[in-house]
Ligand binder design. Sequence first.
Ligand code: AHR
Length: 496
Amino acid sequence: MDVTRIALDPRFAIGAVSPLLYGGFLEHLGRSIYEGVYDPESAHADEDGFRTDVVEALRELAMTVVRYPGGNFASGYRWRDGVGDRASRPTVRELAWQSIETNQFGTDEFIRLCRKLDWTPMLAVNLGTGSPEEARDWVEYCNAPTGTLFADMRAAGGSEAPHAVPLWCLGNEMDGPWQLGHVPAREYALRARQAARMMKSCDRGIETVACGSSGPGMPTWLDWDRTVLEELDSAADYVSLHRYVGNADGDSPSYLAIGRSIDQQIEAVNACCRYVQARRNSRHRAFLCFDEWNVWYRTRGSSHIDGAGRFAPHLLEERYNLEDALVVAAFLMSFLRHADSVKVANLAQLVNVIGPLLTDGDALLKQSIFYAFKLFSDRKGGTALSAQIDGPRYQSKYGEVSYLDAAATLEGNSLHLFAVNRHTEEPMPLVVELGGSEILRVDTSEIVHALSLDAENTFEAPDIVVARPFEGWSTVDQAHVELPPHSLVATTFQLA
Ligand code: AHR
């Protein structure tokens, strides 16, 4: 392949990278909670019933914010079922995933997990079957000082100090006909506005996320977002984006080009926000909250999404390979390229359900996507830089793209460069051209790579697709490297 050049300059910034881009999502779904993070019967359980092996692996991912309790689950959830004395909590039939919910894990358990892992909690209220008033009551339960009904209920459960939850989603995927309580955009918007006002009058410090479209394939895509933004105006601090992708037709070059489509999705929703703001001549700008994203396509059939009345059924247990890890990197690079508009993002999900982690009895597996996420999360912070790429390109079903997919951030004197060679067979000679500064040396560099795109980790062979130290750089004059085919390389350079 001919040489690819990437031009960067610390003076050409896109915007500060929000620490909340490195988020996750934990839903009452399948074995995500029970047999996932929470399993008092496990040999690994700690005094709170959390699995220490899972907790330690999640600690490595250093996520900053985690969304809970759903997802589709949120649209039928009664939060009061999941608080108070565990022995008195009801076991209920839940409709989103047709499963049995024991409510042994609820708000206080989630907050305890957040404290253990230094996560900012983000809660999704029920605007499907629930009311604005119930949403407000949950804010009081979590955030109010003691002295009133719901705050005192929290204190009686052992948490005198408020949980201080700063981020609240106004429902989940309400544009989707599959959603409990799905209604047309305007009806949702009125419901969400009432809820947001009541929630914010209970705690003026909270930020709210309005449901945007569930994805660019929705028939009401963008019309839904515009209507919701117009009705909510300053009652919504963010609008949500969701995206699940896959390689169902086995076209890996196109699959690896998905970043272009994610860029377009972000740019379209941001344009919608700016349109509404300008049309209303408003000072209020809604930012983007990409609160569900991942690879999910193998486990979409009914046997994978219907719990058939069971407790902790095996649902959405996607197995990930190398190309999925490169696509996870594509999402994260797209968020960095749009650091001026995307302020929160949540990998969906954490464990067992479309997760970077899988449990089997007491065993734990880190999937390929675990390592891709970690390379980014280890380099969070700073400012995203504009990058100009000049080099060989190819046609994909998302349009023409460069073989190099990349993003760069600057944190003090450290330049972080994320680079994926999307060529499935050829190595890529790459030159980093830096203006306005000089590269002194490579501090750290790691690679996620394997012999084939379909390589994956298994419980028997867990180290097939992992992050390994990468020593291919030369920094004489400019930084040069040869990126192996279908690889992700994350590098931190020390600048002069
Ligand atoms: O993450 C799995 C599901 O995908 C979520 O519950 C829902 O919001 C989305 O459709």
